[in-house]
Design a protein around this ligand. Structure first.
Ligand code: ADP
Ligand code: MG
Length: 229
């Protein structure tokens, strides 16, 4: 059995308020090295909350999140940031690229918090751009790239530190369907090369392409495919 990269044990997340919002209510989930897992569910079902917890960007209010062998609840903010910088790559729905910087510089930024010297960051960025098929665009400013190319840059930035787990929130959500299909094919290829992926989507076509599918409804797992195919 492959190594566990992420495990949720009875994870709850309640946001304070009147009334409080129970965004997740007792979610169990396991992701092992080499998996490609889709989290699906309607708007408001808790998908982004789950992603934020999986990324170590937030902490559970109940249960336990095991990330890279560490229990997130037991870590100081500082150790959690360190773990996040080394173990996790995130692809955000809105890309969050700096428009006036080159593709290579945007990707190299993925290594900023890892203490990698600039020339090594640059070399790693070029390699990551190569992996997403964008080597020839490395010197272009992000603002002149197409939507699909921008998403490739965002994926390269998530990959550049060779994290144990890559998380993606609606990676095809802002793309037309042909471009979305290309991104999906790219993610598949990366997974075949050993990249572990957890992606959030409400596109059934994207979910069907993943090895496993977990469906959230009202903060609970409503349905899931078998843990391992
Ligand atoms: P999804 O991504 O599936 O649309 P979310 O995880 O964003 O769902 O949200 C789940 C529920 O938690 C929603 O009811 C949302 O309004 C609530 N929620 C999310 N983030 C916060 C927050 N920071 N404060 C209060 N409520 C929140
Ligand atoms: Mg969301």
């Amino acid at each position: 059995m492959n190594e566990v990269v992420l495990r949720f044990e009875e994870v709850a997340k309640t946001y304070p308020g009147t009334p409080p919002v129970e965004s997740l209510r007792g979610v169990d989930l396991e992701v092992r090295a080499g998996d490609m897992v889709a989290v699906v569910g309607p708007s408001g079902s808790g998908k982004t909350t789950l992603l934020n917890l999986a990324a170590g960007l937030d902490r559970p209010t109940g249960g336990s999140v095991l990330l890279g062998g560490e229990r997130v609840e037991t870590l100081s903010d500082r150790r959690l940031s360190g773990l996040r910088a080394h173990a996790i790559g995130i692809v955000f729905q809105r890309f969050f690229l700096l428009d006036h910087r080159t593709a290579a510089a945007n990707v190299a930024d993925g290594l900023l918090y890892r203490g990698v010297p600039p020339h090594r960051r640059r070399a790693a960025a070029l390699e990551a751009l190569e992996r997403v098929g964008l080597a020839e665009r490395a010197g272009r400013q992000a603002r002149v790239l197409s939507g699909g190319e921008r998403q490739r840059v965002a994926i390269a930035r998530a990959l550049v530190g060779r994290p144990a787990l890559v998380l993606a929130d609606e990676p095809t959500g802002n793309l037309d369907s042909a471009t979305g299909d290309q991104i999906l094919a790219l993610l598949h290829g990366l997974n075949a090369d050993g990249v572990t992926l957890l992606l959030i989507t409400h596109d059934p076509h994207v979910a069907a392409a993943c090895g496993r599918r977990v469906e959230l409804r009202d903060g609970r797992v409503a349905e899931r495919t078998a843990d391992r195919a």
